[in-house]
Design a protein around this ligand. Structure first.
Ligand code: NAD
Length: 479
């Protein structure tokens, strides 16, 4: 596949729209420009809502079985192009090919799940207080949905939003992250090929995120915003949603604690930590950010962890056996380096070196920090990079208190072989997702989402489709 071929139009009203203004797409591993997409402005943002609004009456009236069949076909067209989508994702985002393939399959599992879930949008009948009355409750699609997604999971974040929205009978306008628009457009090509009608999915590419998204926030025809990204931008959009009282779902930042109890299986804990911490080079919202190890097992745990981390192979995601690709950009590299410098300056011990000799792209080698304290920046702010800061604790209550002492509440992990501890920890941790002896808890049939400033609402599972449904109560008088 020739890299220069990735010059694409954006997808509005079932058509591929080209514009003179273009946004270049860069490969973070080589710094080469691999393609470009249209640089949309407010005008195209409005046209996308026009298309979604025009498509809504007929799409919302299709039967659940018709929508399920189209989603199932979309699932199949993506599966047929899995290798191509994964390859493009690796080029624009950097993650190793094996991870990119895994992400496309994971994204597709949401499309499959919601194809099935469309058929299970049940209403209710409620006993009335008068013999002549009946109370019915129906679920109806909310209307046009705006979706705004980040670069770290270019396929999954889109599928997790568009699949339940379509299953519910909503139409959509989506703005993918400017760094990773190509994967989004490939998913739209698959949807087009599957026969999803014009206007039901619209993908607007731009470098002017605020200009495009503000049009959607101001437009009363857009009934719902579903956003995944940083907490500051999520708060900004939450405020903007107030003017038209839009429904909102927010999947925001995390600062996951990873607790290794004194009775943990240390091999399982190290395996779970490497899986949680270093997938996508540490650029995941649920990745372990603060590691708390019981002081009784600190030494053997650190030894096993540093061995496992030094064995991780860093390189271009398209190369065989690479486990850690580049970070997304220079700013990300600087942020991670600053966290390392801050920790070392305050007394932490650095195991390994983050410098990858001779690298052109935004590479950082994974490292471990020990003797870390809660005041260090890496324990206070989301890292989004391949460093594993390890602190110790001596008492379960103490570590639960420290783990909860943050505005974030997305994912937490605990490794223990005691059932009682597993329940005490998982019930006391103020997090939407708790992995007990599990470093990879996210699946389509489970509700994914955060508490506190990590967000509102859930994606995945039967809870995920409710985010796109209105509840209507019909009071019926028998006359
Ligand atoms: P970001 O908030 O900078 O960007 C996310 C999206 O918002 C992008 O499409 C961007 O173009 C857009 N955006 C940025 N500024 C905007 C503005 N002023 N108005 C409207 N749109 C705007 O986040 P990011 O750096 O792309 O992604 C990383 C963040 O996403 C991390 O904090 C991570 O934890 C979070 N994340 C959360 C989840 C989750 O499910 N909770 C999943 C993945 C990523």
């Amino acid at each position: 596949m020739r890299q220069q071929e990735w010059n694409k139009g954006m997808y509005v009203n079932g058509e591929w729209v080209t514009l003179a203004a273009r946004v270049a797409v860069q490969n973070p591993a080589t710094l080469e420009i691999i393609g470009s997409v249209p640089d949309a402005s407010a005008k195209e943002a409005r046209q996308a809502v026009d298309a979604a609004q025009a498509a809504f009456p007929s799409w919302s009236k299709t039967t659940a079985y018709e929508r399920a069949a189209l989603l199932e076909r979309w699932h199949q067209t993506i599966a047929a192009r899995l290798d191509e989508i994964a390859y493009v994702m690796t080029l624009e985002q950097g993650k190793p090919l094996a991870e990119a393939r895994g992400e496309v399959q994971y994204a597709n599992s949401y499309i499959k799940w919601y194809a099935e879930e469309a058929k299970r949008i049940y209403g209710e009948t409620i006993p009335a207080s008068a013999a002549s009355k009946r109370i019915l409750v129906q679920k109806q699609p909310v209307g046009v949905v705006a979706a705004v997604t980040p670069w770290n999971f270019p396929a999954a974040m889109i599928a997790r939003k568009i699949a339940p929205a379509l299953a519910a009978g909503c139409t959509t306008v989506t703005k993918p992250a400017e760094q990773t628009p190509l994967t989004a457009l490939l998913l739209a090509e698959c949807a087009h090929e599957a026969g999803i009608p014009p206007g039901v999915i619209n993908i607007v590419t731009t470098s002017q995120a605020a200009e495009v998204v503000d049009v959607w926030m101001d437009d009363a025809r857009v009934k719902k915003l579903t956003f995944t990204g940083s907490t500051p931008v999520g708060k900004l959009l939450m405020r903007k949603a107030a003017d038209t009282v839009k429904k909102i779902s927010l999947e925001l930042g995390g600062l996951a604690p990873f607790i290794v109890a004194e009775d943990a299986n240390l091999d399982a804990a190290v395996k779970g930590l490497v899986q949680s911490k270093f997938r996508n080079a540490g650029q995941t919202c649920i990745c372990a950010n603060r590691i708390y190890v019981h002081e009784a097992v600190k030494e053997p745990f650190l030894q096993k962890l540093t061995e496992a981390v030094s064995a991780l192979r860093v390189g271009q995601g398209t190369e065989d056996d690479v486990e850690i690709g580049p970070l997304i950009d220079e700013r990300a590299v600087q942020k991670v380096q600053q966290q390392i410098d801050d920790a070392v300056g305050k007394g932490a011990t650095l195991h390994g070196s983050p410098v990858l000799a001779g690298a052109t792209g935004y590479f950082m080698k994974p490292v471990v920090l020990s003797d870390v304290t809660d005041e260090m920046v890496c324990m206070q702010e989301e890292t989004f990079g391949p460093i594993a800061p390890v602190s110790t604790f001596s008492d379960d209550e103490e570590v639960i208190r420290r783990a909860n002492a943050t505005p974030y509440g997305l994912a937490a992990y605990v490794f223990t072989q005691s059932l009682a501890r597993a329940f005490t920890f998982s019930e006391s941790l103020e997090y939407g997702i708790v992995g007990v002896n599990d470093g990879a808890p996210s699946v389509a049939q489970a509700p994914f989402g955060g508490m506190k400033e990590s967000g509102l609402g859930r994606e995945g599972s039967h809870h995920g489709i409710e985010e796109y449904l209105e509840v209507k109560y019909i009071s019926l008088q028998l006359v």
